[in-house]
Design a protein around this ligand. Sequence first.
Ligand code: SER
Length: 587
Amino acid sequence: MPARSTFPSPIPADEVRRLFVEFYRGKPAPGAGGHAVVPSSPVVPHDDPTLLFANAGMNQFKPIFLGQAAPGSALAGLKRAVNSQKCIRAGGKHNDLEDVGRDTYHHTFFEMLGTWSFGDYYKKESIAWGMELLTGVYGIPAERLYATYFRGEPEAGLEPDLEARDLWLGHLPASNVLPGGFKDNFWEMGETGPCGPCSEIHFDRVGARNAARLVNAGDPNVLEVWNHVFIGFNREEGGGLRALPARHIDTGMGLERLVSVLQGKPSNYDTDLFTPLFMAIERITGARPYMGRLGAQDKDNIDTAYRVIADHARALTFALTDGAVPSNEGRGYVLRRILRRAVRYGRQTLGAKPGFFAQLVPVVVERMGGFFPELKQNPQRVMDVVREEEESFGRTLERGLRLFEEAVGGGGGGQVPGEVAFKLHDTYGFPVDLTQLMAEERGMRVDLGGYERLMAEAKEKARAGSAGRFAAGVGPGGGGPLVLGPEAIAQLQRLGVARTDDVDKYHGREVRATVRAIYNGENFDEHVRAGNQTRAVGIVLDRTNFYASSGGQPGDMGLLEAADGRRVAIAGTIHPEGDKTRVVHVP
Ligand code: SER
């Protein structure tokens, strides 16, 4: 066993992670009997459509829990594992985005130290080793720890977890062992997936008192550090619980929280995982140094901005490295919101210059690239994507902020009208949660009902508009199906417009493209702004993921978004007649 640390101590985060992995590599015996060290899976789960982002270390092991690991594969042979998993909890079941920056311990991106037993050891060892690590290796006094267990749920046919309770009583006084319900003591990965009762370990930052009533009560000084899940069920589609053929252990401990505990810091943001980022933010933006203030104490919001920006820089750098791109849908949209939230705070609160956010990418790479070497592979690409996104949002940010200011006047209290939230979203690319946040800062609320009504109307309009035009076969000049004939092809050739690269047409992946030609006598911009096109316009790009109508199969509908955030709804996609090499997008 590694030597016991003093507690608290300035132990670096990298050392905390190393001790964790080494401890389990040696349990129950080093070498073949120990836990296998498995690298983190990408934070972008490309092969699991039920998940936006990796939200827990167990995600990559889902096939094992479900008894679906391919025979003979590396997963199938795994009995015990340990790692530090890259996680993002934003969007989806575990969504912490709105809390980030406002407190000392929520993050969009974090590392989860995890251990697993796949049908191998069970609660007794998991709990005993957990306590041995926390108290024996990290040196945390046991009296500062509290453990919870599932109190059962008769209506769902679930028994209380008395086995876990009794095991904890072997390590902690009865006053520190507490029952809990579904919310805290039954862990689920998402709407569906492996799940089971769990035991959380909480730590009291204050000590020398009984903090039992503060456990799971939202007190920042009594925080959950480790969750031991006893996986025995699968949540099926439709909501039913199916018992799994074997019993498994899945534990997860947030590295950032653990480090704050071991370093005796009141906040995760005061640890060496974040301080290099804060120093860089100060240098790049010229803001005053970080002071760690929270809530009403953080009057000018500057410390909140530091936390938001540092957290979001980590999330974006890891997610883009692992292959995600900001977009208008799904995980891409979550990333876009994260980025815009950070850019808004930087520009508005810290007075940062355009392009500041991309400059934080190398700082994340430098701080985290030792344990996650993938970050070092192509940081330039990540910086380019961030810079482009930042630029495109930056162009509309000022105008959007002005619109907001005009709409709310100087006043606090009251409502921000739904039309304002809608316009900010539609014209300036402000996600509604960003508008909500700005409203909250003024003590106001957004009329969400009104906003959603307008969103629904806009969608309906786009849908009806496109269906009408194409179903009726109305084309240029108002009659006949839309056809671009030999004249169009000749023109495209004269302009030197090359064939459209359409290799992405069979999957929905977002692509970046450049406009090569706009097919219409009139000014395209005016046309789109007017919003009531009576004549067709064709847009030819160098690259597309739209499927053009062919062999009776209708062409794709979708959305083009310009670099400045303006969007064009595409109602159909065609090839010019007799020319399968070019693709024309018709709004
Ligand atoms: N899956 C559990 C959690 O995320 C333990 O790792 O809390």
